[in-house]
Design a protein around this ligand. Structure first.
Ligand SMILES: [Zn+2]
Ligand SMILES: [Zn+2]
Length: 106
């Protein structure tokens, strides 16, 4: 078959007739269904999308971690004038500041 008479494949994406070269032939011997330009474009698109997705996931993860950290670091103002951390409430109750204040409350 004369190469000159080989019809150009039609791109299934942009519907153009494109001229494939040897890099556009799949290992199966068939041409790609889409033209070089569309494939380049798609590749970029998916790469961007993938990056976008992973960065979104990262943001979500960071926000979540921040929330957990904030909860852990959350400070409560105590009536004694001091403040305590959620995790150290009991510890705070045993401080001199708090104990002294407790005595004045009777
Ligand atoms: Zn195309
Ligand atoms: Zn206190």
């Amino acid at each position: 078959m004369n190469k000159e008479h080989m019809p150009n494949p039609k791109c299934s994406n942009c519907k153009c007739y494109w001229k494939p070269d040897e890099t556009d032939i799949k290992s199966s011997g068939l041409f790609f269904k889409t033209c070089k330009r569309c494939r380049e474009y798609n590749k970029k698109y998916y790469e961007e999308k993938r990056e976008d997705l992973s960065s979104k996931h990262k943001i979500y993860y960071d926000e979540n971690r921040q929330k957990i950290n904030e909860h852990r670091k959350q400070k409560f103002d105590c009536d004694c004038g001091g403040c305590y951390n959620v995790r150290h409430k009991t510890q705070h109750s045993n401080t001199k500041l708090h104990q002294d204040w407790l005595k004045t409350q009777i």
